[in-house]
Design a protein around this ligand. Structure first.
Ligand SMILES: NC(=O)c1ccc[n+]([C@@H]2O[C@H](COP(=O)([O-])OP(=O)(O)OC[C@H]3O[C@@H](n4cnc5c(N)ncnc54)[C@H](OP(=O)(O)O)[C@@H]3O)[C@@H](O)[C@H]2O)c1
Length: 498
């Protein structure tokens, strides 16, 4: 390994003596790819590194060459030549057209049996297309979700690979080594399923992340504007919640953000941040895909729309003077109870968001023939990723106990939690409405819960309306068949439509 030791010390990129010495390679060395390559090298894997702009490759080896054995390559040809077979190439480049360009560039240099992993944030439909095209050329294409941001990529992300079982077998020792480890020591990586399954699951993960963040933000808003608590007191409330069933990365960092003081003004950091959030990529894809699949993900959708509303500054400015209730604070005697109620509403709404996300995964899996194990998905989200939470162990247990669970809501543990939370949840949503504090996430979650519970839904009336104006027909509750009512006839006789 003299040549790689030399490379690790910052030697000339990609010389012939490195031929076939690297066990895996990473191309695309911006923040994510660089950290993923370092993670692999730190775990003892000889790692080839390449970037379109060579300065990044040199910088990686110069700054971090001592962390492991890197084989720097100046060109795609040198990079591919430096890999042992089957060649394992991880592409960590900008999503979209750059990913297609990189895949094409490297596929032309690879041979049947070699593997390209796209570890970027691709749309699962693109992954399906790319996988099929490469399969026809004998090359395995793995679309892999990687969650945890740059810290996760370096110290242990949650990894969601989709592709052939054969390619997963060739990658799994490395992926298991670099993935985050759950409390029970198991690595947060699993073969999700064929072609686009990994990127689909990563997309839904991000949709759930949107919902989780929105629900936490609504909790903050209520504590601030219904109780009048200052941010540092709310940080204490979140720290307390983090000791209980809401224990999670997002609650933990929320407490830190709320406790943070702005150096320039000396005031709470949260008050100097412009209240306009972006909604790009995966959150939007989750909702678009859910609409295509006919899956109600209202909690996730409200989270995406809440960001969208926040970003419409002109619309908000135009509407700012519209009437609302006189701003009032709840009685300070109500403090403890209201804070407890908000915790209950947050937990219940969070259950709904996850139930909706897992429903989407189940429907996507059936639609595309992926056979996704939902318990495994929950298990690999327990550490490394942004939505990591103690709560995911309960979800894993729910699906492991009953793989055909129709919805998380009917699992005994979650049904009990919802039973215990529902009065508080209703009080929070009604108090928010009375005070004029927007809680689209809480309200949508509660409406979903009540819709699923309802003995009868007003969809019956909607069907009647549709039959009236468009002869769209309806089904009866008391006998089979499809019916249409002749609405123009004075006696409105019903006819069998088919
Ligand atoms: N940042 C995160 O927290 C995060 C988390 C999860 C997933 N991801 C995903 O991971 C991927 C990488 O993210 P990132 O933030 O590290 O980097 P990025 O800013 O998304 O992409 C920059 C990298 O892509 C390369 N690139 C762009 N166009 C290219 C082209 N036409 N041909 C070859 N290379 C090209 C750049 O090379 P040059 O240096 O030559 O410009 C650079 O290495 C993305 O798909 C992103 O969505 C990011």
């Amino acid at each position: 390994m003299a040549s790689t030791d030399q490379a690790a010390g910052g030697g000339t990129p990609g010389k012939g003596e490195n031929k076939g010495t690297a066990q895996i390679g990473v191309t695309g060395l911006a923040v994510m790819g660089r950290n993923l390559a370092r993670n692999l090298a730190r775990h003892g894997y000889v790692t080839a590194v390449h970037n379109r702009t060579e300065t990044r490759t040199r910088a990686l080896v110069e700054e971090f060459g001592g962390e492991g054995r890197f084989v720097p390559a100046a060109t795609p040809e040198e990079f591919v030549a430096s890999l042992e077979r089957p060649r394992r190439v991880i592409a960590m480049v900008k999503a979209g057209a750059p990913t297609d360009a990189v895949i094409e560039e490297f596929a032309a240099l690879l041979e049947p049996g070699d593997i390209i992993v796209d570890a970027g944030n691709a749309h699962f439909a693109d992954t399906r297309r790319r996988e099929q095209a490469l399969r026809e050329r004998g090359i395995h294409f793995v679309g892999s979700g990687v969650s945890g941001g740059e810290e996760g990529a370096l110290h242990g992300p949650s990894i969601m690979p989709g592709g052939s079982a054969e390619s997963y077998a060739a990658l799994s020792p490395m992926l298991e080594a670099i993935a985050a480890k759950a409390d029970d020591g198991s690595p947060c990586v699993a073969h999700i399923g064929p072609d686009g399954a990994g990127h689909f699951v990563k997309m839904v993960h991000n949709g759930i992340e949107y919902a989780d963040m929105q629900l936490i933000a609504e909790s903050y808003d209520l504590l601030r504007h219904a109780l009048g608590l200052p941010p540092e007191r709310i940080a204490e409330v979140f720290r307390g919640w983090n000791q209980g069933r809401l224990d999670s990365y997002l609650i933990e960092i929320t407490a830190q953000v709320l406790a943070h003081t702005d150096a320039a003004t000396g005031g709470p950091f949260v008050d100097i941040v412009l209240d306009q959030a972006e909604q790009k990529g995966t959150g939007r894809w989750t909702v678009q895909t859910a609409l295509d699949l006919g899956v109600p993900v209202s909690g996730i959708a409200e989270a995406v729309f809440a960001r969208s509303v926040s970003g419409h500054a002109d619309l908000r400015a135009a509407a700012r003077e519209l009437p609302g209730p006189t701003p009032t604070l709840l009685d300070s005697a109500a403090y403890d109870r209201f804070a407890e109620d908000v915790e209950q509403a947050l937990y219940a709404s969070k259950i709904i968001a996850y139930a909706q996300g897992f429903h989407q995964i189940a429907v996507g899996s059936a639609e595309y023939g992926w056979d996704i194990d939902q318990g495994r998905v929950a298990a690999i989200w327990r550490a490394g990723c942004i939505i990591r939470a103690a709560f995911l162990d309960r979800i894993r247990a729910a699906f492991d106990g009953r793989p055909d669970l129709p919805t998380l809501l009917v699992d005994d543990h979650f049904a009990d939690a919802l039973r215990g939370a529902q009065s508080a949840w209703r009080r929070v949503v009604s108090t928010a409405a009375e005070l004029g504090v927007p809680t689209p996430g809480f309200a949508a979650a509660l409406a979903y819960y009540d819709s699923l519970r309802a003995e009868r839904l007003p969809a019956a009336l909607v069907q009647g309306q549709r039959d009236f104006f468009g002869a769209h027909t309806y089904h009866r509750v008391d006998r089979p068949g499809t019916f249409h009512t002749l609405w123009a006839d004075p006696d409105r006789p019903e006819v069998t439509a088919s």
